[in-house]
Design a protein around this ligand. Structure first.
Ligand SMILES: *Cc1c(COP(=O)(O)O)cnc(C)c1O
Length: 344
């Protein structure tokens, strides 16, 4: 089976399994798990922040970040195609009483600075106070676009001018850094908090980290406890995360190359629309014409290939490259697409 539905499908490596089995552990709610502490220190170092906290999922990481920056009735500015806005069950409002104000995302994952500035509320009896800007990098639903350090800087200046905080949903921040060939710190320098996932392209089985100042992380740790994310001998999970950060970041380059190959080949096929120039990391979105989406999925599945249909009405699909899809398998996918489209 060649499964392109998501990079979350990656299994732990052999060395991860060994490290997990033999990890030194303790009760992490008492902050006595040495392996979790090692992972948190490493994560803080990589993102250039004072401290970090290990959480079971990216969704929880984003949620506790927003809960720690904002009180009930505060407003956050975020992209209308952002993961927080579309795929996190409305947690920030349902659980935090935080008012989300979605602004249109550009196709490169940014939000125009002008719109952001206009979106900041004036002090007025009618308005919720704007507290936080949420950005996403890479931007999943904007073709996995890596957002540049220049843009991050500009938003940093804007936030400073208006006394706002910035949270970065960096689920795939290492993909962004690898694609842009810069250290992660260049992308996290101006943000007050960043969440990233170990469980996607980095291949760990479970877990994400939230990084920020020591004071912020103290708050986030408490918020994590409140939403039920306090884990006990979590070092068994953290052990895989340490290997993910040390050994699996550089190879993300391979996934990006495979994504580019796939995009450039399918862009030449009749019946598929894909903007090849937008494919810069491991995510490809494409549009299918002249064939029912469901049919396409069934025909692929017969050849043991899985992809994700993100919009049945529009015929939009997502393919994500990861460690368990080799260059040779990418060739098989290309041939299979070709044969299905030729037979239409
Ligand atoms: C996957 C993802 C998340 C959430 O991570 P989970 O671990 O699945 O909860 C958040 N943001 C983005 C951009 C993601 O792609």
């Amino acid at each position: 089976m060649i499964d392109l539905r998501s990079d979350t499908l990656t299994h732990p490596t052999k060395s991860m399994r060994n490290a997990m089995a033999t990890a030194e552990v303790g009760d992490d709610v008492f902050q006595e798990d040495p392996t979790v502490q090692k992972l948190e220190t490493l994560a803080a170092e990589k993102t250039g922040k004072e401290a970090a906290v290990f959480v079971p999922s990216g969704t929880m990481g984003n949620l506790i970040s927003v809960l720690s920056h904002c009180g009930r009735g505060d407003e956050i500015l975020l992209g209308d195609r952002s993961h927080i806005s579309l795929y996190e069950v409305g947690g920030v409002s349902a659980l935090g009483g935080v008012h989300p104000r979605p602004l249109p995302n550009n196709s490169d994952g940014t939000i125009s600075i002008e719109l952001l500035e206009k979106g900041i509320r004036h002090l007025d009896i009618h308005s919720p106070p704007t507290r936080l800007i949420c950005l996403e990098n890479t931007h999943n639903f904007c073709q996995g676009s890596p957002v540049t350090p220049e843009y991050m800087m500009t938003v940093g200046d804007l936030a400073k001018k208006y006394g706002l905080k910035i949270h970065l949903d960096g689920a795939r921040i290492f993909n962004a850094a690898v694609a842009l060939r810069i250290p992660v710190q260049k992308l996290t320098e101006k943000v007050d908090s960043v969440m990233f996932c170990l469980s996607k392209g980095l291949s760990a089985p479970v877990g994400s980290l939230v990084c920020g100042s020591s004071d912020f992380i103290d708050k986030a740790r408490k918020a994590r406890k409140m939403v039920g994310g306090g884990m006990r001998q979590a070092g068994h999970l953290a052990a895989a995360g340490i290997i993910a950060l040390n050994d699996l970041v550089d190879r993300l380059r391979v996934d990006h190359e495979n994504a580019k190959t796939l995009a450039s080949q399918i862009s030449q096929m009749e019946g598929i629309e894909v903007d090849e120039s937008k494919v810069k990391t491991n995510i490809i979105f494409f549009k299918l014409a002249g064939l029912k989406g469901e049919t396409f999925l069934q025909l692929l599945e017969k050849k043991e290939i899985k992809i994700l249909m993100t919009d049945a009405d529009e015929g939009i699909f997502r393919a994500v490259l990861h460690r368990e899809v080799s260059k040779e398998q990418v060739e098989i996918v290309i041939e299979t697409f070709k044969s299905i489209l030729d037979k239409r």
